[in-house]
Design a protein. Structure first.
Length: 155
C-alpha cells in the first residue's frame, strides 16, 4: 500500500482515538450521575415496593455501575488496538522520536501510567461503593429470609 494511504489511515485512527478518549471521559461522568441518581431514587422509594421486590432495587446502582465499567473497558481496549497500529505506522514513516505515539514525551507518560491507574482506581471505587450500598441496604432493611425470598421470586 502507498504512503498516502497509511498517512490518511493514521489521521483517521488518531481522530478515532481522540473520540474514544472523549467517550471514556463522558461515560465516567454519566456513570457517576446514573449511580448517584439510582442510589437516591432507591433510598427514597424502596419502601413503596412489597413482596421482596424492593430487595432487587438495592442492586440497581451496582448493575448500572458494572455496565458502565464494561463499556469503558471495551472503549479502552478499542483505543489501545488503534494506538498499537499507529505506533507501527510511525515506525515505518516517521523520523526517530517523532510521531504522536512515538515521541519521548508520550513514552514518558505511558511508562508512568499515573492517569490510567487513577482512572481505573476511580472506576473500581465506584463499583465497590455500589456493592457496599447494595449489601448495606439488604442487611439493614431485610431479614435473611426476606432477602432470599425476594431474590428467588424473580429468578
Amino acid at each position: 500500500m502507498s504512503e498516502p494511504f497509511h498517512i490518511a489511515e493514521y489521521n483517521s485512527l488518531k481522530a478515532e482515538i481522540l473520540l474514544k478518549m472523549k467517550q471514556i471521559d463522558d461515560s465516567f461522568r454519566f456513570m457517576l450521575i446514573a449511580v448517584a441518581a439510582s442510589m437516591s431514587w432507591t433510598l427514597t422509594n424502596y419502601r413503596a415496593f412489597s413482596g421482596g421486590v424492593y430487595v432487587l432495587l438495592f442492586f440497581i446502582p451496582l448493575f448500572i455501575s458494572l455496565c458502565f465499567t464494561i463499556y469503558i473497558v471495551r472503549l479502552n481496549k478499542s483505543m489501545l488496538w488503534r494506538t498499537a497500529y499507529i505506533r507501527e505506522v510511525e515506525k515505518r514513516y516517521a523520523d526517530d522520536g517523532t510521531g504522536w505515539e512515538s515521541s519521548p514525551l508520550h513514552k514518558a507518560q505511558v511508562n508512568k501510567r499515573t492517569s490510567f491507574a487513577s482512572a481505573v482506581a476511580l472506576i473500581i471505587t465506584v463499583d465497590l461503593i455500589t456493592a457496599a450500598f447494595a449489601a448495606y441496604m439488604v442487611f439493614t432493611n431485610t431479614t435473611a429470609v426476606e432477602a432470599v425470598q425476594g431474590l428467588a421470586s424473580h429468578i
